[in-house]
Ligand binder design. Structure first.
Ligand code: APR
Length: 260
């Protein structure tokens, strides 16, 4: 049974000392994030109570077939998400991860999130493995550009007259091989993996952990989540609580700044 440490348990100095020791040993770190890291910025997650997939069918909104069937519906959904993100901002979890990037000799953030909050918070060593909601791609030319406006007219078209689509990964599409290789290489070399705010329901997280386990018998995988997830049985430790509180605590422990 994977050990769980709640925020309350982390108030115990002995437990903080143990966690700080694990963190300070790490030389090469990969952080993998999901929608839960943006939840405290007020952005809906996909699964669980109130999540997008509780109200909509993922296949209708986040798939090539759904887009072909009703591009306006898909653009309406992405435009609403863009508005929600523009009306929000990164939370302490995002800023802590941007600081953690500089706290280890080697660090890579692999995010499933497309909201851009990690970049806004200052993360630079980052792979947006599911793309960016702020990028558009021409469905005819494949040209990619950034556009942060709220679109008044939907669906959105490229200047060439063809439909534009959000440059994000949809169900049934292949991962960008370069981004996947970069993430997989980092995971296989990491001696510490932090997995925060993800249900692990989409293959990429399990795939990266598998790459890690195949190469690192002594590595540590620490999960940060409100609750146990599909990943929990295969990680070394679950830090149970909001990532917006736990990630800053991890940073504080690493820098000996935790005031117990
Ligand atoms: N702190 C930590 N974890 C949280 C918080 C929080 N404040 N709020 C929610 N969570 C956890 C939930 O318990 C859940 O395990 O975040 C996770 C969110 O899971 P999902 O909604 O499935 O989101 P994610 O794992 O990112 O989904 C992966 O699926 O639909 C696709 O492309 C989409 O990138 C997405 C992928």
């Amino acid at each position: 049974m994977t050990p769980h440490l709640s925020l309350a348990a982390l108030a115990d100095p002995a437990r903080r000392k143990d966690l700080a020791h694990i963190l300070k040993q790490a030389k090469s770190v990969v952080a993998i994030t999901g929608a839960g890291v943006s939840a405290e910025s007020g952005i809906s997650t996909f699964r669980g109570a109130g999540g997008y997939w509780e109200k909509f069918r993922a296949e209708d909104l986040a798939s090539p077939r759904g887009f072909t069937k009703d591009p306006e519906l898909v653009w309406r959904w992405y435009n609403e998400r863009r508005i929600a993100i523009l009306n929000s901002q990164p939370n302490p979890g995002h800023f802590a991860l941007a600081a953690l990037e500089k706290a280890f000799p080697s660090f890579l953030l692999v995010t499933q999130n497309v909201d851009g909050f990690h970049g806004q918070a200052g993360s630079e060593k980052m792979v947006e493995i599911h793309g960016s909601i702020w990028e558009l791609r021409c469905t005819r030319e494949g040209k990619i550009w950034t556009d942060r406006q709220i679109f008044e007219t939907l669906p959105v078209y490229c200047a060439c007259g063809a439909l534009a689509r959000p440059n994000v990964l949809w169900f049934g599409e292949a991962y960008n091989p370069n981004l996947f290789h970069q993430a997989q290489q980092a995971a296989s070399r990491a001696d510490l993996i932090l997995v925060a705010g993800t249900s692990g329901m989409v293959w990429i997280v399990a795939g990266l952990l598998q790459a890690h386990y195949q190469h690192q018998s002594q590595g540590q995988v620490i999960e940060i989540n409100l609750e146990a997830s599909d990943l929990t049985p295969e990680v070394d430790l679950l830090l149970q609580g909001p990532s917006g509180q736990i990630l800053p605590l991890i940073l504080a422990l690493l820098k000996n700044e935790d005031q117990t």
